[in-house]
Design a protein around this ligand. Structure first.
Ligand code: ATP
Ligand code: MG
Ligand code: MG
Ligand code: MG
Length: 467
């Protein structure tokens, strides 16, 4: 049974709506009221206060598909992109939530019924983990669901104990994994080979039982709650009978389009996967009001754009290319996210400007880097060089690291930080690589754009009126 990613999102909503869940739209990638969070990275973020009992809603069950970015902060999958079959910087997290309504047993039953009933997954390809002390969850899986004990794995690490932060809601989790088959390298959770791609985690069920205090005390939550998260792209891969997320409909279309634009024929090239991943995070971040800048959220965005541009350069793109992918993205995701369609012109303009800026120094920087790498005696790129590339050519350190890693090398991060600190103490001047986006937008477009600007890491609302 093959389903499109869009169908799957809809099926998930319908299933939980039939079980009295309120459909709640995805919140912004910029968590407006939570300064502890860089980007929205899970479906539960927007319900934090509801879980804490500080906010009341008219419903006690919710379902959503939350856009998430994991490219900094507590969850950072930037370095995994291009290296694993399952990680993106931007992805959608499907989730069902109970705010003091149902708890463990129903949450487990819903998940199992959805996967094996609605979606028809083969039961013997699934295995589950529980927190090692959570006998209750173990028993539900074994006795109520009927999973053989050897397919229920007890895990003692923090992977199976979820917490929002150092304080706040927390509790044990139970995760559902899918076995993609013996031909793919990797071992079950808890094994030494766990980090392979054979057993892929698809769904995390969090049983929120406690509210951890500053002093470490774990107070029981007034009403235990449920938070779940399932990667839309991962479950899509299973239903479309492919192994990697990058082989699903949505990514295949982005990859094909990227290949055409940069002029390459090798659709398997890792750089195409990176570009297809990055166009999603960059476009959605801009759509949610993040502008490239030299600090905070804006710098994360700038770094992702430059990485994508470098991969295009590696593939031989000989023109500004990245923004041209926005069209395909809008075709693929514009229906589920109309705001993306509405902001298309702004997103394209920002990406184009950013690439134009960087392309002025990219080729020269790459020459210097490649020369240095070919003469390198050890396995580490000197911090001084990493800094020079950053300071003179606008190469973020992680970009240089990305190039180094492709050749089995690492960068001297400490040396880079030291050079950076020295420069900071010598001058407070702004970088030469910024663009004035208020200006850029006002000249070119006829839309009204409300965004956020970064001022010393704090978000402040700005209105860029474009006419
Ligand atoms: P992994 O161990 O594979 O990195 P995780 O344990 O960090 O995943 P959770 O925080 O439990 O992930 O998030 C819930 C679900 O969201 C995961 O089970 C997975 O399906 C999906 N997910 C998490 N991170 C990513 C990502 N970077 N790209 C795509 N899907 C993801
Ligand atoms: Mg992870
Ligand atoms: Mg995990
Ligand atoms: Mg997990």
């Amino acid at each position: 049974m093959v389903r499109s990613t869009a169908d799957l999102r809809r099926t998930f909503f319908e299933y939980f709506q039939q079980h009295q869940h309120q459909l709640v739209p995805s919140s912004s990638l910029v968590p407006h009221d939570d300064p502890t969070l860089l980007f929205t990275n899970a479906g539960m973020n927007q319900f934090k206060d509801v879980f804490l009992g500080a906010e009341q809603r008219s419903y006690t069950r919710a379902v959503s598909s939350q856009r998430c970015v994991r490219a900094g902060g507590k969850h950072n999958d930037l370095e995994n992109v291009g290296y694993t079959a399952r990680h993106h910087t931007f992805f959608e997290m499907l989730g069902n939530f109970s705010f003091g309504d149902y708890f463990k047993e129903e949450a487990i039953k819903f998940a199992w019924q959805f996967l094996t009933g609605e979606l028809g997954l083969e039961k013997d390809k699934l295995l589950v983990t529980v927190y090692h002390e959570d006998d209750e969850a173990f028993d539900i899986w074994e006795q109520k669901i009927g999973i053989p004990a050897e397919r229920i794995i007890r895990i003692a690490t923090s992977d199976n104990f979820w917490s929002m932060g150092d304080t706040g809601p927390c509790g044990p989790c139970s995760e559902i994994f899918y076995d993609h088959g013996e031909h793919i390298w990797g071992g079950p959770p808890g094994s030494a080979e766990e980090d392979g791609d054979r057993f892929i985690e698809i769904w995390n069920l969090v049983f929120m039982q406690f509210n951890r205090q500053q002093n470490g005390d774990m107070l029981p939550l007034p009403k235990p709650s449920i938070d779940t998260g399932m990667g839309l792209e991962r479950i899509s891969a299973i239903l479309q009978n492919v192994h990697s997320n990058y082989e699903i409909d949505l990514f295949q279309s982005l990859i094909a389009s990227a290949a055409k634009i940069v002029g390459t024929e090798d659709l398997e090239d890792k750089s195409l996967r990176v570009i297809a991943d990055h166009i999603r995070s960059c476009s959605f971040l801009i759509c949610d009001g993040v502008m490239p800048s030299n600090e905070g959220r804006g710098y994360v965005l700038r770094r992702i754009i430059r990485r994508a541009v470098r991969h295009g350069y590696k593939l031989g793109a000989n023109d500004i290319f990245f923004y041209k992918l926005v069209n395909t993205l809008v075709d693929e995701m514009g229906e589920a996210y109309p705001e993306l369609k509405q902001q298309q012109a702004v997103v394209e303009k920002v990406l184009k400007t950013e690439e134009e800026q960087f392309s002025k120094t990219l080729a020269r920087g790459m020459l210097i880097l490649n020369d240095a790498l070919s003469e390198l005696s050890g396995k580490q790129v000197p911090g001084e060089l990493v800094f020079k590339l950053y300071d003179t050519y606008g190469f973020p350190a992680d970009l240089t690291n990305d190039v180094a890693r492709e050749q089995g090398l690492t960068i001297d991060e400490e040396g880079f930080e030291a050079a950076m600190a020295q420069q900071k103490s010598q001058s407070q001047s702004a970088s030469k690589f910024g663009a004035d986006y208020a200006n850029v937008l006002s000249v070119e477009h006829k839309t009204e754009f409300t965004g956020y600007s970064e001022v010393s890491g704090m978000s402040t609302v700005v209105d860029i009126i474009v006419d």
